[in-house]
Design a protein around this ligand. Structure first.
Ligand SMILES: Cc1cc2nc3c(=O)[nH]c(=O)nc-3n(C[C@H](O)[C@H](O)[C@H](O)COP(=O)(O)O)c2cc1C
Length: 169
C-alpha cells in the first residue's frame, strides 16, 4: 500500500478478531513511531507495548469509553518525556506525530487501530499510570488499540474547501 492509500483509507477500527498481531508487524509499528519527526530532533518519547490479555482488559475496564481494548490484541502506548525536550512545549506535537505514524503503519499492514487520547484527561492518565506503573514525569499521551479488523467503516472524503485559505485568512 502506498502512502496516499494509507492516508485516505485509514479509519478508526474499534472491533477486532481474536487473531494476534504478528511479531514482525509489531516491530514495524514500533519502528514507525520512533521514525517520527520531533522538534530539534529531541525524540521526547517512550513506548510501552501491551500484549497481555489481562492488561488490555484491565485498561478497557478502568477507562470509560475504552471498551475496544477488550477486543484489541495489541496496544502501543505513546508517552511523553518532557525532560528530553530541547525546545520546551513541543512534546505533545512530537508524540502526536509518532502516534499518527503508528496509525498509518497499522493501515498499511492491513490491520486496524484507534487512537485513544489520554493526556490531558486526568482520569485516563491516572488509570494508565496505575495499571502500567508509569513513573512520575512521564506522561501517557495516547494509546493505540490494534488488532485485525472485524469492521469496515469504509473511506470518507473529508476535503473541505471552507477550511482552506490562500495566502491570507
Ligand atoms: C487526540 C485523539 C483522541 C482520540 N480519542 C479517542 C477515544 O478516546 N476513543 C475513541 O473511540 N476514539 C478516539 N479517537 C478517534 C476519533 O474519534 C476518530 O479519529 C474520529 O472520530 C475520526 O474518525 P476516523 O479515525 O475513522 O477517521 C481519538 C482521536 C484523536 C486524534
Amino acid at each position: 500500500m502506498d502512502t496516499f492509500d494509507a492516508l485516505f483509507t485509514r479509519r478508526s477500527i474499534r472491533h477486532f478478531t481474536k487473531d494476534p498481531v504478528a511479531p514482525d508487524a509489531r516491530r514495524l509499528l514500533v519502528r514507525a513511531a520512533l521514525q517520527a519527526p520531533s522538534a530539534a530532533d529531541a525524540r521526547p518519547w517512550h513506548l510501552v507495548e501491551i500484549d497481555e490479555r489481562g492488561v488490555l482488559d484491565a485498561l478497557g475496564t478502568a477507562m470509560e469509553g475504552c471498551e475496544m481494548l477488550r477486543e484489541a490484541t495489541y496496544g502501543l502506548l505513546v508517552c511523553g518525556d518532557p525532560s528530553l525536550e530541547k525546545i520546551p512545549g513541543f512534546w505533545v506535537q512530537d508524540c502526536s506525530a509518532a502516534t499518527e505514524n503508528v496509525l498509518l503503519a497499522v493501515t498499511a499492514l492491513g490491520l486496524g487501530g484507534v487512537w485513544i487520547g489520554l493526556h490531558p484527561v486526568a482520569e485516563r492518565v491516572a488509570a494508565v499510570r496505575a495499571e502500567l506503573g508509569i513513573p512520575e514525569g512521564i506522561v501517557p499521551l495516547a494509546l493505540v488499540a490494534v488488532g485485525h479488523p472485524a469492521e469496515d467503516p469504509g473511506r470518507e472524503d473529508r476535503f473541505d474547501a471552507g477550511k482552506l485559505h490562500a495566502n491570507r485568512w
